[in-house]
Design a protein around this ligand. Structure first.
Ligand SMILES: [Zn+2]
Length: 69
């Protein structure tokens, strides 16, 4: 499941993730925010690949800390 929150109609809730859909499940507005959990996505999903890339970039950007004092 994924979560959505729509700024157009104010609806929020969960829905079955559909990679083809970028609009509000309730009203069809594009002014909607989706939260899709990475584990919901198959590894060959473009969104999943992008998430993995971003995660890798973030990990590479941060200097590794030797200790956390
Ligand atoms: Zn809506």
């Amino acid at each position: 499941m994924a979560e959505f929150r729509c700024r157009a109609c104010g609806q929020e809730g969960t829905w079955v993730y559909d990679p083809e859909r970028y609009t509000c499940p309730a009203c069809g507005s594009i002014d909607v925010h989706f939260v899709v959990f990475r584990h919901e996505l198959p590894d060959d999903d473009p969104a999943a690949k992008r998430m993995d890339e971003l995660a890798t970039e973030e990990a590479n950007k941060r200097p590794k800390k030797e200790s956390e004092d």
